[in-house]
Design a protein around this ligand. Structure first.
Ligand SMILES: NC(=O)c1ccc[n+]([C@@H]2O[C@H](COP(=O)([O-])OP(=O)(O)OC[C@H]3O[C@@H](n4cnc5c(N)ncnc54)[C@H](OP(=O)(O)O)[C@@H]3O)[C@@H](O)[C@H]2O)c1
Length: 316
């Protein structure tokens, strides 16, 4: 099969496209012929050698893809040939074929566009647990989202808005501000302005996937409010004194998607909840940028350049 692979960690020049041996499945696995492969920032960390990557010779990056079931292990009853499935936590996805443990595969309903589902998989399931497991906001609550125009931010913002929550956020450009407002946010601030005057203590929940903004996020929270810290796209957070938090009854919650996708039942429940927002037209996302798998190097370069808006997909 064709795959994007590398032998040594490093910059984009280590990525190669070519033939490698196809995977074999065992009795508990299905073989998926990939149609769209999701590219994520974590893949860049893995290529650099600074993030966990599954051992394989050569290394094959990627944990997220959507495709067709083309072979089924002998112990499997839940999947059949021709099903469209996606997964967000299975290694070796930068390839034409991936062997997928059946419990990691999620069936895609026929009434949803596979390209859209491939574009929201990982970020959508992240937005889902941030909204429903950590946020637990009530209609009428005021919520602030850092990085609102990013992949997670766009889905989270629309999810919360459709649940009756007042969403505010911040972004870097006028175009991204316009997009976030079109997606239902009440007000979007621009980072290069003195935006946070008079906003301290005004928000029930602050979502912070930027990291270095954590102090700012705590200041924005009401007493008894919470900051949900879930990533570091802007740099590591400062150290926080818990006594200061105690004095104002403020909390910091954190979470990693992998701890919520703990078994097949959880994957199914969570993906169905995510899909329902799309089936009811409550969330719209920008078109993904699609590169052929053969042009994978260019796709990684584009993601790393920071110029992308919306999901980057690889197409075998
Ligand atoms: N905890 C989990 O399970 C989990 C799962 C998936 C992702 N994540 C994390 O979620 C975060 C967002 O992921 P994503 O896929 O949505 O990424 P993304 O699409 O690249 O979005 C990143 C966002 O961060 C903002 N940003 C970047 N640098 C910034 C800076 N210096 N100051 C302020 N804002 C900055 C950008 O805002 P502008 O566009 O306005 O510049 C952008 O909207 C990342 O930290 C990622 O690691 C966590």
């Amino acid at each position: 099969m064709k795959a994007l692979y590398f032998n040594n960690f490093g910059d984009n020049s280590v990525l190669k496209y070519g033939n490698i041996q196809s995977p074999q499945i065992n009795a508990e696995q299905i073989l998926v012929k990939t149609q769209f492969i999701g590219l994520n920032f974590a893949d860049i960390y893995r290529r650099r050698g600074t993030y966990h990557i599954e051992k394989h010779h050569p290394y094959i990056n990627g944990y997220e893809a959507l495709g067709e079931v083309v072979a089924v292990g002998s112990h499997i009853n839940d999947f059949k040939l021709g099903d469209t499935v996606f997964f967000v936590d299975v290694p070796f996805a930068n390839a034409e074929y991936v062997s997928v443990p059946s419990e990691n595969a999620i069936i895609v309903p026929e009434n949803l566009d596979p390209k859209i589902i491939a574009s929201v998989g990982l970020q959508g399931l992240t937005a889902d647990f941030l909204a429903h497991d950590l946020g637990k906001n009530l209609p009428g609550n005021n919520v602030f989202i850092h990085g609102i125009s990013g992949g997670v931010g766009q889905i989270l913002s629309q999810m919360l808005t459709s649940d009756g929550i007042n969403v505010y956020g911040i972004t870097s450009t006028l175009a991204k501000q316009t997009l976030a407002l079109q997606q239902g946010a009440v007000k979007i601030f621009l980072r290069n302005t003195p935006w946070n005057q008079n906003l301290n203590g005004k928000f029930d929940t602050i979502y912070d996937g930027v990291g270095k903004t954590l102090e700012q996020s705590l200041a924005l929270a009401t007493n008894k409010g919470k900051v949900i810290f879930y990533g570091m796209s802007g740099g590591n957070p400062p150290k926080i004194d818990p006594i200061k938090l105690l004095n104002q009854s403020k909390s910091i919650l954190t979470g990693d998607l992998w701890d919520y996708l703990s078994n097949a039942i959880e994957r199914k429940k969570r993906s169905q909840r995510l899909f329902s927002y799309f089936q009811e037209n409550k969330i719209k996302i920008s078109e993904p940028t699609i590169f052929s798998l053969a042009d994978g190097q260019k796709a990684y370069e584009y993601l790393e350049s920071g110029k992308s808006a919306g999901k980057i997909l690889l197409k075998p």
